[in-house]
Design a protein around this ligand. Structure first.
Ligand SMILES: [Zn+2]
Length: 258
């Protein structure tokens, strides 16, 4: 455990640094986003075990590339990673479109449409530069949160472990470095992600079923680590947008070619 915490802290300091030394807010180019994302991607890939074959991996790459294609951002260098950790049901994205999905998400994403809800949400974060706009620290926070969850998953989430990890996170949060995406950004990613999945030919109603299951999952992740808003709020937002998303889905040229 000590070793794990050490390496997590090491990662944390690197990530905080890399999150704070970039261009002024709002002035960042897609090239810079790509290079920040690529740098963070390398750091994460050196710490987590990714999978490069099998049905789940192919689903992540297939759904990811279909959604990225309709996003219109060809200047991003899209990448899709499946992290082999069935205990972690989460996903995140790095600037420039590097999507990470943890295998635990498949406990809730039962088919490609539901997976598209997850990836659509993450792609939307990347499109809106949520990791960069507002404060670059926020992306770092999401990243560190994800890494901490990887750590907790690896350690089996016993109460003491979780407590220690949470204390570290709280310490960072107190000093303003580690905050998850805001609820506002989360809802925006939901809204844009819903339209993206529909446009790519995935049934947007799967977003409702996915987030419903996910919200009821009762995962004991503290609020300040979790990047997910209140489930009721999220579902209400998706329901409001559903007629528009369904219209896009029914007209999608990709629907029949999946
Ligand atoms: Zn999000």
């Amino acid at each position: 455990m000590k070793k794990l915490l050490k390496s997590t802290l090491f990662g944390l300091s690197i990530l905080v640094l890399s999150g704070c030394t970039n261009a002024p807010l709002g002035k960042i180019s897609p090239q810079q986003e790509n290079s920040i994302g690529a740098q963070q991607e390398r750091q994460i890939l050196s710490k987590v075990r990714t999978v490069h074959s099998g049905k789940l991996y192919r689903a992540v790459v297939d759904v990811g590339s279909r959604i990225a294609r309709v996003s219109g951002r060809r200047d991003f260098r899209w990448r899709y990673h499946l992290v082999n950790n069935p205990k972690v049901a989460n996903a995140f994205v790095l600037p420039g479109g590097k999507v990470f999905v943890f295998s635990g998400i498949f406990r809730y994403a039962a088919n490609e449409d539901e997976l598209a809800a997850v990836i659509g949400h993450e792609v939307a974060h990347a499109l809106r530069s949520h990791g960069i706009v507002g404060a670059q620290r926020k992306q770092t926070a999401g990243l560190v949160g994800a890494l901490l969850q990887v750590g907790m998953g690896a350690a089996g989430i016993d109460p003491n472990t979780a407590k220690t990890v949470n204390n570290i996170y709280k310490y960072g949060a107190t000093y303003g470095y580690l905050r998850p995406h805001s609820r506002e950004h989360e809802l925006e990613a939901d809204s844009i992600g819903l339209m993206l999945m529909a446009k790519a030919g995935y049934d947007p109603r799967a977003a409702l079923s996915f987030w419903y299951k996910f919200g009821r999952s009762g995962q004991r992740i503290p609020e300040y680590i979790s990047t997910h808003p209140d489930p009721g709020h999220r579902i209400a937002n998706l329901k409001r947008l559903m007629p528009k998303a369904l219209a896009i889905y029914r007209n999608s040229p990709y629907r029949r070619h999946r």
